[in-house]
Write a protein that binds this ligand. Structure first.
Ligand code: ADP
Ligand code: F6P
Length: 324
């Protein structure tokens, strides 16, 4: 029978997301409550390879649940994508007595976790990304805060856009995934949404829609453009030339990744952090925590990475139908 784990390592990797601190806090406190030692690994896999490893006590996570960002810092690390880097990472875990590790990040980070598990370190991944682009789960840490931040900002742009009777293109985050754009499209009542999963490059259709809406008496035209499509400034110039309507572009950028996490992000991230510790204590490895149909669940990482996330067509149609 496998030896019970004694020491849990925790790291955050890839883009930061509001709520990561709530998850770290839960790992530390649930781990200690279960009689384990907990070590924080700074700067993701880069910090692991540099042995930036600190002991964590319950009070080290005091006053963090309400903070955005990640107290452990995060990074992207090319070296860890190589077999040599991964073997060194596993060796460093063993050197520091880390026999279980919790990785909080997106699907890139999950691939790193998968490699550590294959090298004998019990590994659990927690979905942490504002993009909501992980197939096995309906919730990822940070999306709720980010989408609310974007929604508030778009409301503000809409006020001034309506006052000046302009067209506004607002670019939200999401290089490969349009979830922030889709949710804001519905929540902000946008006239058009441009999503990487759906974009057809038909700018004339956009122009025709703006002109038709103006004829119907609309005083503004809000286009939410996902980062993956980008080029908002040049698109604004072309639209202004084609429609004769003043058009402005606003890129919301990294402000969407910061700020105090919402209640939902604090609660779900805390629960996922505790759940990940419980999985390690049960001797599990190579699992990813998810949230589906109202329950916290876990999947084999290999299976989770093979799943495909499909943008909900019904929600997309609702967005379009309600924007007339
Ligand atoms: P995210 O986790 O948000 O998807 P990235 O895709 O940038 O972010 O991945 C974060 C880090 O995870 C990378 O910098 C790298 O260290 C590690 N990683 C990504 N892909 C792999 C891989 N195929 N094998 C091992 N580690 C990986
Ligand atoms: O974390 C996800 C994300 O914010 C994406 O929406 C975006 O494309 C990317 O990260 C930006 O990353 P960077 O921090 O490198 O600019």
């Amino acid at each position: 029978m496998a030896r019970e784990i004694q020491t849990i390592g925790v790291l955050t990797s890839g883009g930061d997301a509001p709520g990561m601190n709530a998850a770290i806090r839960a790992v530390v406190r649930e781990g200690i409550a279960k009689g384990k030692k907990v070590k924080g690994i700074k700067r993701g896999y880069a910090g692991l390879l540099q042995e930036e490893i600190i002991d964590m006590k319950a009070q080290d996570v005091s006053d963090t649940i309400q903070r955005g960002g990640t107290i452990l810092q995060t990074a992207r690390c090319m070296e860890f994508t190589t077999p040599e880097g991964q073997e060194l990472g596993a060796e460093i875990c063993r050197k520091h007595g880390i026999d279980g590790i919790i990785v909080i990040g997106g699907d890139g980070s999950f691939k790193g976790a998968q490699k550590l598990a294959a090298l004998g370190i019990n590994t659990i991944a927690i979905p942490g990304t504002i993009d909501l682009d992980i197939a096995c789960t309906e919730y990822t840490i940070g999306f709720d805060t980010a989408v609310n931040t974007a929604m508030d900002a778009i409301d503000k742009v809409r006020d001034t856009s309506t006052s000046h009777e302009r067209c506004s293109i607002i670019e939200v985050m999401g290089r490969g995934a349009g979830y922030i754009a889709l949710w804001c499209g519905i929540a902000n009542g946008a006239e058009d949404i441009l999503l990487p999963e759906k974009y057809d490059y038909d700018e004339q259709k956009l122009v025709d829609n703006i002109i038709a809406n103006r004829k119907r008496g609309k005083k503004h035209h809000i286009i939410i453009n996902a980062e993956g499509i980008g080029h908002s400034a040049s698109m604004a110039k072309r639209i202004e030339a084609a429609t004769g309507l003043e058009t402005r572009a606003t890129i919301l950028g990294h402000m969407q990744r910061g700020g105090s996490p919402t209640c939902k992000d604090r609660v779900y991230a805390s629960t996922m952090g505790a759940y990940a510790v419980d999985l390690l204590c049960e001797g599990k490895s190579n699992r990813v925590v998810g949230y589906r149909h109202g329950d916290y669940v876990d999947f084999d990482i290999d299976e989770a990475l093979a799943m495909e996330k499909v943008l909900p067509e019904y929600q997309f149609q609702v967005c379009r139908n309600l924007s007339v």
